[in-house]
Ligand binder design. Structure first.
Ligand code: CA
Ligand code: CA
Length: 241
């Protein structure tokens, strides 16, 4: 099923941080959106997220498999952090959506606690799982889900790019349908929005342009105090031609 794609992304420093260490990429012609959230202090965080996005774009442009492109980006970050003392210890999350407009098939590649969601027929589904110590304790039944938000260990990632030579990469395949909206975001958005609220905002914004929906989400995150950098990238699937 051939589809037509609209995509848009926005990244904002938020209300508390002095610098934006998130990076995004939006390439509608390639069905590609991605969000990376860097960490490791100045200047490491922004370097790590920018390298991740650059290297994955480069790999996909060269027809590399998504997983290979992500692993290549990981090695680049690792090499760079080892060769420059000021960048030691840097790392980044990375969540990538790559959708083939000829067939409608898509793949999400994911490491870290940025997220990919799919909105279909009124329902928002989180496609990725967070690679955090807290999410793993919830999944393992050690921590009740109600205690996850605001947990003192909430910021500790169990998987990240840039920390080891071959990180585990989640790959989530699927088939897009006309009307689907995909949203990728950094945790700066999900710290101030529950999933249910995000679904409500998409329902409320139905029929509006994707750009307006994403601008409204970032504005509302800022209105709620945005304690971290806020990045949202979206991809809407329309009938093909
Ligand atoms: Ca960050
Ligand atoms: Ca963040």
């Amino acid at each position: 099923m051939a589809v037509r794609i609209a995509a848009f992304g926005l990244s904002d420093v938020g209300r508390v941080r002095l610098k934006n260490e998130d990076t995004l990429a939006v390439e509608p012609s390639r069905g590609l959106v991605m969000v990376a959230d860097g960490m490791g202090g100045a200047p490491g965080g922004e370097v790590a997220s920018a390298l991740a996005v650059q290297e994955v774009c480069r790999g996909l442009h060269a027809d590399m498999e998504l997983r290979e492109a992500i692993l290549q980006a990981n090695l680049k970050i690792l090499e760079t952090s080892r060769s420059q003392p000021s960048l030691a210890g840097m790392g980044t999350t990375l969540t990538v959506l790559h959708l083939d407009s000829e067939t409608g098939t898509f793949r999400v590649g994911h490491v870290g606690d940025s997220r990919a969601y799919r909105f279909r027929e009124g329902v928002l589904v989180q496609l990725t799982r967070d690679h955090t110590a807290v999410a793993e304790m919830v999944a393992g039944g050690i921590l009740p889900p109600s205690d996850a938000r605001g947990h003192p260990m909430a910021h500790i990632l169990s998987r990240v790019l840039g920390s080891r030579p071959e990180p585990e990469v989640d790959l989530i395949p699927g088939m897009a349908r006309k009307g689907d909206i995909f949203l990728l975001c950094s945790d700066g958005l999900t710290k101030v929005f529950e999933n249910e609220e995000l679904g409500d905002r998409i329902v409320e914004g139905k029929g509006k342009r994707l750009e307006n929906l994403i601008r409204a989400l970032v504005d509302e995150a800022n209105a709620r105090g945005a304690p971290d950098n806020v990045t949202v990238a979206g991809l809407a699937v329309h009938a093909g031609g």
